[in-house]
Design a protein around this ligand. Structure first.
Ligand code: AMP
Length: 172
């Protein structure tokens, strides 16, 4: 299935100059959503993933489904101040300003095999921060799975892991 047809480009959202990749048409079609999941997890099926760590908020949709498909646990990586128990965090730079990702301190254990999941790879800063956070906890990263990669923004160059970075739909 050509999944790109289910992604809607919304110009100037959430601010002028941004071309937003809207996934809601894909999510709203059962066959497209199911196929996107099959393609998202395919390279990781035999890698004994113990835990999917997914990035708030749209990453949760695909991350939770991927965890079920892989028979693994699910860990949310959240925006600051959302997690109730003791947490660890890492700050990262955005085009304008900065942001922070947090994870419960006991969410992953050293040696666990983690798959990172998010919806879109743009400049790569968010995925880089997620990688740092999971590495801080001592877990092993077996790869990253993204539904969309916006190749022109160069995020892939910031992926320094030897594990695979897999994106289902690549836009120029
Ligand atoms: P980046 O850190 O630049 O790779 O941005 C990736 C994060 O921002 C992901 O969690 C996406 O949900 C979101 N994002 C960035 N750019 C877009 C875009 N053009 N369309 C939809 N989401 C985006």
């Amino acid at each position: 299935m050509n999944l790109g047809q289910w992604i809607r480009d919304v110009a100037d959202f959430p601010k002028p100059g941004i071309g937003f990749k809207d996934l809601t048409p894909l999510l709203g079609n059962g066959a497209a959503f199911a196929d996107s999941l099959t393609q998202l997890v395919r390279p990781f099926r035999d890698l004994q993933v113990s835990c999917v760590c997914a990035i708030e908020a749209r990453g949760f949709i695909f991350g939770a489904a991927a965890a079920i498909a892989l028979g693994s646990g699910f860990v949310p990586l959240r925006k600051p101040g959302k997690l109730p128990a003791q947490s660890i965090g890492t700050d990262y730079l955005l085009e304008y300003g900065s942001d922070r990702l947090e994870m419960h301190a006991d969410a992953v254990s050293p040696g666990q095999r983690v798959l990172l999941v998010d919806d879109v790879l743009a400049t790569g800063g968010t995925l880089e921060a997620a990688t740092r956070l999971v590495s801080m906890a001592g877990a092993e990263i077996v790869g990253a799975a993204l539904l969309i990669e916006i190749a022109a923004l160069g995020g892939r160059a910031r992926w320094r892991e030897s594990a695979p970075l897999h994106s289902v739909i690549v836009f120029d």
